[in-house]
Design a protein around this ligand. Structure first.
Ligand code: ATP
Ligand code: MG
Length: 416
């Protein structure tokens, strides 16, 4: 992508931001705030969001999740069937033509349960797991912290259906392990990723949240640093020891909830009278689990955790482009060489943001640090004297001079 062609530009300063992620993502041209808690993802931001979603998709596909796309809009009847039309405080309710009532889905149990019921009748059809990656709508009392808490936001929601508790327990563990793989691939430090015990509702003692420890987190945790397990204070205030090892020396930490897994039991299947026929033809309750992850909140969390004072530092796995290529000065030789390199990168399948603007060096450098692509390559008359480019790892202190000959191989190694 040529920076000169990108319609969204970096912005010098932004007013009214309450968080680092809102500040850097807005300044860097990743997102644009439409109103409180509602954002447009600009070309650079959408690339990051899609990469996050793709990692999640690959890992959920690998545990036999089947992707669907359910609607964002639902009739009142679905939400009335479970009683949540009246009880869910964050539900957006709206009127349509003919005075008909609709909801904007904040989650999709009310949609997926009757959906799957259309196709699953017997023990032979179970287990099955269905998921989507789709925008959710919640009338949050306070939309805040940039894209950490939005009123419209991206969610991966997976729902599993089982013939008995045992099979749900088995699959729940499988998804828990998939979640660890997802957060690791997304670039989160495993030392900061805490499996957190939270209230489980009527069906199981606990549910589990995945919390990333951060001072900007909203959740208060009691953490066992030995097990990397925590207890969520808000909901399990009476649990004073580590639920895994019994350790009584729990440390208070703040966390950002980036995912959540929950045994629902028959709460929703009962509401829709969803039963299956067992081997003897007898009707049995379908047992259900649900598993959420917030890709947009994850994008904001990565910014909160990995930025420095100059801007974002994207993990390699979700960077919008692999290379930030730029020229210094406006001499023909540098321009030509940069064009050649841009073409060579394209041919090698390496994505690059090419800052081909006729801009001051200082402005180009500042933009590259703000945008936070892991690797910057600079072509100038000075580097060309040595048939080289300047190679700068976004996280390293100093740049190095690297020969153009063998450069592609070195980039491939950097990203392997
Ligand atoms: P929270 O406790 O933070 O309000 P939740 O427990 O209501 O979240 P779930 O209903 O389990 O969240 O949603 C699944 C995931 O979706 C969460 O783990 C989080 O990553 C993400 N998420 C939830 N609400 C928001 C929001 N308002 N903005 C962005 N992401 C969200
Ligand atoms: Mg929660």
């Amino acid at each position: 992508m040529r920076y000169s062609k990108l319609f969204s530009k970096t912005i010098k300063s932004v007013a009214d931001v309450d968080s680092l992620n809102a500040k850097f993502l807005t300044q860097g041209g990743f997102i644009h705030r439409e109103m409180a808690g509602v954002y447009t993802y600009l070309p650079l931001g959408l690339k990051v969001l899609r990469k996050i979603e793709q990692i999640i998709r690959e890992e959920i596909d690998a545990v036999d999740g089947q992707e669907v796309l359910m609607p964002g809009l639902a009739p009142k009847e679905n939400w009335a069937a479970t009683g949540r039309w009246d009880t869910l405080d964050v539900l957006f309710r709206l009127k349509g033509a003919g005075d008909k009532d609709y909801a904007l889905n904040p989650t999709a149990e009310e949609i997926v349960t009757p959906l799957v019921q259309n196709y699953v009748f017997s023990y032979k059809d179970l287990p099955c797991a269905v998921y989507q990656i789709q925008n959710k709508f919640r009338n949050e009392a306070r939309a805040k912290s940039g894209i950490l808490r939005g009123r419209e936001f991206s969610m991966k929601d997976l729902y599993s259906f089982h013939r008995d508790q045992q099979d749900l327990d088995r699959y729940y563990k499988v998804v828990k392990e998939a979640y660890y793989r997802i957060y690791k691939r997304l670039g989160f430090d495993p030392e900061l990723t805490y499996l957190t015990y939270a209230s489980g509702g009527a069906f199981s003692k606990y549910s589990h949240e995945f919390q990333i420890v951060s001072p900007v987190g909203e959740d208060h945790l009691y953490a066992c640093e030995k097990c990397r397990v925590a207890v969520n204070r808000e909901i399990l205030d009476d649990q004073k020891t580590c639920p895994e090892c019994g350790n009584a020396k729990l440390v208070e930490k703040k966390g950002i909830e980036v995912g959540n897994i929950f045994k629902l039991g028959t709460k929703f299947t009962d509401a829709f009278k969803f039963r299956y026929a067992d081997e003897a033809g007898k009707l049995q309750p379908v047992i259900m689990g649900c598993y959420g992850i917030g890709p947009s909140r994850i994008m904001g969390t990565l910014v909160e955790l990995m930025s420095d004072e100059k801007g974002v530092r994207w993990p390699k796995s979700v960077t919008p482009y692999q290379i930030h290529l730029l020229t210094l000065g406006n001499d023909d030789a540098s321009r030509l060489e940069a064009e050649k390199l841009y073409e060579a990168l394209r041919e090698a399948g390496i994505s690059a943001l090419f800052d081909d603007r006729d801009e001051r060096a200082g402005a180009k450098f500042a933009d590259s640090e703000l945008i936070g692509i892991p690797l910057r390559l600079v072509v100038s008359s000075r580097t060309l004297e040595k048939q080289s480019v300047e190679w700068k790892d976004r996280s390293a202190k100093d740049a190095e001079i690297v020969k153009i000959d063998g450069l592609i191989k070195k980039i491939q190694n950097f990203y392997s």
